[in-house]
Design a protein. Structure first.
Length: 222
């Protein structure tokens, strides 16, 4: 039986490009112990005061990873993306070190497929996902857009005209659009859960969920 990974387990982040640095920085802000590894001494020096530990090392070498104690980690993030060869080799090294949870950045579907086949538990496509998200935001009233694998999305948006000035029950938003309004934020107030009696005004922001295509149709409603 595989041991459960602690919620506050330290994280190994390999690569301090934009993606790796953003990941390490956010983990540190969440009070997680983080070891960052990069070949660039300047980047390592820059991050040495921002995270728990920063080490200059070539993660393509499994011996170098052993020397820094990589095998002691339960979670690792391979943030190297500029070199597919390096990304694959580093991921393979982490698999050989039996790290239970490996997250790896991919720059293409074929790259991601290789990472999955050699043992990466989670493959991330940051550029593709960011591009898709921006396309949705540019296309309508949406302020933020999160899409899941099964075409289900949660969005923050301005309310379309057909639901303004009436309760959610009266607007029949779920029947007409297949979308659920989950929360509402009025100016100067915090987000609150929406109910059937919630009245949506012109100045509100809403959180809505549903199928991605239904969400798009809802956002474009006039």
């Amino acid at each position: 039986m595989v041991d459960k990974i602690a919620a506050d387990a330290p994280v190994l982040v390999i690569g301090l490009g934009r993606f790796g640095a953003a990941t390490a920085g956010q983990l540190s802000r969440l009070d997680r112990d983080v070891l960052v590894v990069d070949e660039d001494a300047t980047l390592v020096q820059k991050w040495s005061e921002r995270v728990t530990h920063a080490v200059q090392a070539d993660a393509r070498s499994i011996d170098a990873l052993r020397q820094i104690g990589a095998q002691e980690f339960s979670i690792a993030v391979v943030a190297v993306g500029s070199s597919i060869e390096a990304s694959v080799l580093i991921t393979a090294n982490l698999v050989d070190l039996k790290i239970p949870q490996i997250w790896a950045k991919a720059i293409s579907q074929s790259h991601g497929k290789i990472l999955s086949r050699i043992g990466a538990n989670h493959v991330i496509y940051p550029e593709a996902e960011a591009g898709e998200r921006v396309a949705h935001l540019v296309n309508g009233r949406m302020i933020d857009f999160i899409e899941f694998d099964d075409d289900f999305a949660v969005v923050k948006m301005y309310p379309p005209k057909p639901i303004r000035g009436m309760t959610l029950a009266d607007s029949q938003v779920r029947r007409k659009f297949g979308v659920t309004v989950v929360g509402v934020k009025s100016p100067g107030k915090d987000f609150t859960y929406a109910t059937a009696e919630t009245v949506i005004s012109n100045h509100d922001l809403i959180i809505a969920s549903g199928n991605s295509k239904d969400i798009e149709r809802f956002a474009q409603a006039t």
